[in-house]
Design a protein around this ligand. Structure first.
Ligand code: ATP
Length: 369
């Protein structure tokens, strides 16, 4: 049972009422956030949402305008970066090119004035953690991109921080290497058990790597949750739209809680919804359905299903799946995803085909914010 699922567990990191203003611009607005020991926590958001500023305040490179930050019970708000038990992993191109792998890692430890023998042990231990012991004598240019990344991490771990901070650590890598390195970083983090806090704008990266994600929007944290929670149960329209693709139907609730129905002006019939929060009759709501939850076909769906009619307007063939864009009578487009299990399928839909979309009431999420 993970500590972040235990309401009694004491968090390792705590942001309390943290805001940051630059002049009259508010970059971070009243963030309360708890991160637990052993987590791989990601701050996810679009460019300019304040995620880097939040990370830099944790590192001590920026001072909050309001609020305080605690690490392991200690108020570090006024503590300088080098005295905090955190260390930032810089991108691999920040390695010193003229130094060997071992010397790169030893560099910071020498600056701390540690005895030679201690440095040697720490360098060896951190290289071992990232499984790079064999490469200790090489120069950075004699390593692959992924190996350089591991050295950058070893350099960071050698200082034995309680928290490792990563700001878009994989942004410089190409897609294949990035995906391989994502899993590698997670494996190393799991092995060392140190808390990682990462900033990324890449939702796939955050979903792949994180125990929990804090989704940020305009300086605020919109939602904190595991990748599954954030995707399956987004709390707001913003999160639903930002993580994955979302079909949204605007409507008004008929009232009630649990199994309710929603009247949507653009559909001729009401939508049935299961697991809805308590809704006042006439409340404005959005019904959200993920593309993979939406069936698509030529036949009218069975009763008990929600459905909509439309015409195929675009098909994105992605190999494993195809995404069908379907134009409704209202003119709005929705997406349905189909797995391409059988190749050369006769019933394959094509442009301008009239189709029915169908989905289960339990796959319709009601959003009120
Ligand atoms: P990106 O992914 O582009 O780095 P971000 O979410 O990390 O975006 P921040 O770097 O935290 O965003 O910046 C948030 C906002 O604060 C931006 O609008 C930025 O221009 C502004 N900002 C950041 N640092 C400063 C600064 N030193 N002075 C003035 N404004 C700043």
């Amino acid at each position: 049972n993970a500590p972040w699922n235990d309401p009694q567990a004491v968090p390792l990191i705590r942001f309390e009422g943290i805001s940051k203003r630059f002049g009259d611009f508010t970059a971070v607005e009243h963030v309360d956030l708890a991160i637990h020991k052993g987590e791989f926590f990601s701050l996810l958001g679009a460019s300019g949402c304040g995620k880097t500023t939040l990370l830099r305040m944790l590192a001590g490179f920026e001072t909050p305008t309001t609020g305080r930050i605690l690490i392991d019970g200690q108020d570090v708000t006024a503590v300088p970066p080098y005295e905090r038990p955190v260390n930032m992993m810089f991108q691999s191109y920040a390695l010193f090119p003229h130094m060997s792998v071992a010397d790169n890692i030893a560099f910071g430890l020498k600056q701390d004035g540690l005895p030679k023998a201690v440095i040697r042990d720490k360098v060896a231990a951190s290289l071992d953690l990232v499984q790079m012991s064999r490469f200790s004598g090489r120069k950075p240019h004699q390593l692959s991109g992924g190996q350089r990344q591991r050295v950058a991490l070893a350099r960071c771990l050698a200082k034995e921080p309680k928290v490792v901070l990563l700001d878009e650590p994989l942004a410089a890598l190409d897609k294949k290497l990035r995906e391989a390195t994502q899993l590698e970083l997670v494996n190393i983090q799991d092995r060392v058990g140190i808390t990682f806090v990462m900033v990324t704008h890449d939702q796939g990266e955050a979903m792949t790597m994180s125990s929990r994600i804090g989704v940020m929007n305009a300086g605020r944290i919109e939602q904190v949750g595991s990748p599954v929670e954030i995707y399956e149960y987004p709390g707001t329209r913003f999160v639903a739209d930002f993580i994955g693709a979302a079909n949204m139907f605007e409507g008004t609730a008929k009232g009630g809680e649990g199994a309710v129905s929603v009247t949507c002006p653009e559909l001729e019939h009401d939508l049935a919804v299961q697991g809805a929060p308590k809704l006042a009759a006439g409340a404005a709501v959005t019904v959200m359905v993920r593309p993979e939850k939406m069936g698509i076909g030529r036949d009218k769906p069975q009763s008990g299903q929600n459905w909509a009619e439309g015409v195929v307007s675009d098909i994105a063939y992605l190999g494993d799946v195809s995404i069908y864009h379907v134009r409704l009578a209202s003119g709005r487009k929705v997406q349905a995803l189909r797995t391409n299990l059988h190749h050369g399928e006769d019933s394959r839909l094509t442009w301008d085909d009239p189709v029915f979309l169908a989905w289960h009431p339990a796959d319709s999420l009601v959003l009120t914010k």
